[in-house]
Design a protein around this ligand. Structure first.
Ligand SMILES: [Zn+2]
Length: 312
């Protein structure tokens, strides 16, 4: 069993200053329903592929839409935490404020898993996670198997070391040119378009041969369309960090082909416990994609979302 998590976030958490200074309610208005559309499309895609995954959600989403994440969970997916406002944890201790803001959300969902934004985790922050009831984290890049840190199981996002030798984790294990010189973090969806799904698939099989589960993640906004203004906003991040440029490409096709090719499951499976049994299939809302307001033909949107396309 491998793992493919979804980082669930809106473009208003992209780090652009004009959103950072808004209130939560104002950010919700700026998002203008984009996130809800993405969740609907994503659930449809995962349903058609017959997989149950982990959604690492930004906690403020729960403030915006108190029922949305419950609907995701009701389909058998796991809800994990991705900080409250997508705050980067470059500085040790930043996690404390985020945990306080998300306390109700973490408690209400009995959240057990965490993924740090940009996969930047400080070694000193694990005890705060453990104290909040978080049991596992997927917040470093490494080819190592899951390991324990201060009461939290760290399940590294997969890398492929070029020399075949596993490299010890140095905190924070952030992606940069230094890391890229030693190992390829193929667990990041950043490389999905660049490498192509077949190459990523080979690396997953390679991990399999070494007796390891591969651990990957993708963002909702890499799979479905965003408003034009959001794409412009993301340019800021591209200028700030040119490594993020491959994020501009849609990877829905590549993601879907990997889901067809390999067996993926919820990350809480890495705790060595049987995941909660999936809830019975919910009735689909009548009209399918008709509720979408993006003007596209509902049937065409449904066809796009099926998991039975050819992967060449
Ligand atoms: Zn994120």
């Amino acid at each position: 069993m491998h793992y493919y998590a979804i980082d669930l976030e809106s473009f208003v958490f992209s780090g652009a200053w004009k959103y950072a200074r808004l209130t939560g309610e104002e950010r919700k208005r700026a998002d203008n329903g984009t996130l809800v559309r993405h969740v609907e499309q994503l659930l449809e895609l995962l349903r058609s592929c017959g997989v149950k995954l982990t959604f690492f959600a930004v906690g403020e989403i729960h403030d915006w839409y108190p029922d949305l994440l419950a609907a995701v969970r009701a389909e058998g997916h796991e809800i994990g935490w991705h900080t409250h406002r997508h705050t980067y944890l470059y500085r040790p201790g930043n996690i404390g404020g985020e945990l306080a803001l998300s306390r109700d959300f973490i408690g209400a969902f009995g959240i057990r898993g965490f993924q740090a934004p940009a996969i930047v985790m400080n070694r000193a922050d694990y005890p705060a996670l453990a104290a909040a009831g978080i049991r596992y984290s997927a917040s470093v890049y490494s080819a190592l198997p899951p390991y324990e840190v201060d009461g939290v199981r760290e399940v590294p996002v997969s890398t492929h070391p070029y020399g075949g030798r596993e490299i010890p984790v140095r905190y924070p294990a952030r992606m940069g040119f230094g890391m890229l010189a030693r190992e390829l973090p193929f667990g990041s969806s950043l490389f999905l378009k660049v490498l192509g799904w077949k190459w990523v698939s080979r690396l997953i099989r390679d991990a399999e041969k070494r007796g390891r589960s591969a651990n990957l993640f993708v963002h909702n906004w890499q799979l479905f369309d965003e408003p034009r203004t959001a794409r412009m906003d993301r340019l800021w991040e591209n200028f700030r960090n040119p490594l993020t440029i491959p994020y501009r490409f849609n990877v829905r096709e590549e993601f879907t082909c990997l889901l067809k090719e390999h067996e993926f499951g919820r990350l809480d499976g890495a705790l060595g416990e049987a995941p909660a049994p999936p809830a019975p299939e919910r009735a689909r809302p009548s009209g399918g994609g008709d509720a979408r307001q993006d003007g596209r033909d509902g049937r065409a949107a449904n066809r796009e979302a099926t998991c039975v396309r050819a992967c060449i």
